[in-house]
Design a protein around this ligand. Structure first.
Ligand SMILES: [Zn+2]
Length: 155
């Protein structure tokens, strides 16, 4: 099943036209889309005093790559991959309808993820990829540990 934030939630325009009681439900749905896993992770890192760049543009190998979170001095790039779009082994089930549309699209995403990871690593970046279903606490501890290791290496 696609995870919640990829399931279509009402657009702000739709919500604006709806009246009670649907209205409050719609507003709740909109708020949920604001708290995507990468945003939750950013907030948690910020709370731990970690300062990062969001969607920092990195040009390498003729590509423009924008990690969700980048520690530029330490060259650490963090991605929080959506389970559906990036074909998580647990939740990245292929849609049963329109397979000829979805299969190449999703395969391209996976291929692009691999390429981006390889290009960044070639350019000296440490790349961390999380699935959106992973717990924020786990993500934070991996990032914090990676930062500590990079600082120890004296980068
Ligand atoms: Zn997943």
């Amino acid at each position: 099943m696609p995870s919640a934030h990829h399931v279509g939630s009402p657009s702000p325009a739709q919500a604006a036209y709806s009246t009670t009681p649907g209205r409050s439900r719609n507003m709740a749905a909109i708020r949920r889309t604001d708290t995507k896993p990468e945003i939750v992770l950013r907030r948690a890192l910020h709370a731990r005093g970690k300062r990062y760049r969001k969607d920092f543009p990195i040009r390498t190998g003729g590509k423009l790559i924008r990690p969700d979170i980048a520690f530029t001095r330490l060259r650490i790039a963090v991605f929080v991959d959506g389970c559906f779009w990036h074909s998580c082994p647990k939740h990245g089930q292929r849609p049963k309808n329109n397979t000829e549309y979805w299969s190449p699209k999703l395969a391209r995403n996976v291929e692009r993820d691999r390429l981006q990871t390889a290009l960044l690593q070639d350019a000296g970046w440490t790349v961390i990829r999380f699935w959106e279903h992973e717990s924020t606490d786990d993500m934070v501890s991996v990032v914090v540990r990676t930062i500590r290791m990079a600082e120890k290496r004296g980068r």
